[in-house]
Ligand binder design. Sequence first.
Ligand SMILES: Nc1ncnc2c1ncn2[C@@H]1O[C@H](COP(=O)(O)OP(=O)(O)O)[C@@H](O)[C@H]1O
Ligand SMILES: Cc1ncc(COP(=O)(O)O)c(N)n1
Length: 270
Amino acid sequence: MSTPRALTVAGSDSGGGAGIQADIKTFQELGAFGMSAVTAVTVQNTLGVQGVYPLTAAAVAEQMEAVGRDLGVDAVKTGMLFSADIIEAVAEKIESFGWRSVVVDPVMIAKGGAELLRRDAVEALKRKLLPLALIVTPNIPEAEELAGMRIVTMGDRREAALRIAEYGVNMVVIKGGHAPETEEAVDLMYDGTAFTRLAGRRIATRHTHGTGCTFSAAITAELAKGLPVPEAVHTARLYIQAAIEDSLELGGGSGPTNHWAYGRRKESLV
Ligand SMILES: Nc1ncnc2c1ncn2[C@@H]1O[C@H](COP(=O)(O)OP(=O)(O)O)[C@@H](O)[C@H]1O
Ligand SMILES: Cc1ncc(COP(=O)(O)O)c(N)n1
């Protein structure tokens, strides 16, 4: 069997819980070979983002070209893209390589409030990148921005998913981590015709740094292995649930999730 190859185009998180670091750990745990094109270096720990140093769009495009041309890519995800220039360069490379298994995590604002996507880049994300995405995974504030509406109820979420799908993306998953406190964390998936509710037990914890990155990376790893999107999303939901439940309790703020948890649980069942 050939080795599944997954590429992340995202920012570096020095704290290791989100961004490129979360993605590569997740790829590895789920059995995909991980590669990266770094868009920006962030100075970050569990207490927040203390600095953002973006790379040029050319540097991002060259990294994608280097891995695409030589190692090959079965699935790609995007995370923090920071500027319209970088988004345009990334979209251009995805198109020129003809990559189809494309997961767009439309990272905008870090949990502590730092801007990871410039406000003037949102339009480029909608017009250039979403039409190339197989699946887009906004959290509620990101879905509000993309759909141009407030989201309070599940009905609002369904309406937002319909609006986001109009940009030409096949599947939309609006994640529920930011929804008001309930017993369950519920993600809503829209596949162009039907809605599916993906629910898990909501864990009372502050250690949710990088949950969105980890969830979208798990989807990407499964797509790289050739799984269909609904199955990839289902596995990603189990992966992030385990990673949040078996918290590592690291750092003085919002700590990382446990990228080993899913694999260790599976091993203990064998
Ligand atoms: N406290 C929690 N308990 C269980 N699952 C959670 C919790 N917080 C987030 N999740 C799950 O983690 C994933 C990422 O969600 P979310 O936090 O909304 O994304 P982001 O990190 O992009 O803001 C989703 O599948 C969501 O349901
Ligand atoms: C480099 C980088 N990329 C993304 C996030 C978002 O993290 P989260 O998944 O917690 O919203 C982050 N904090 N840093």
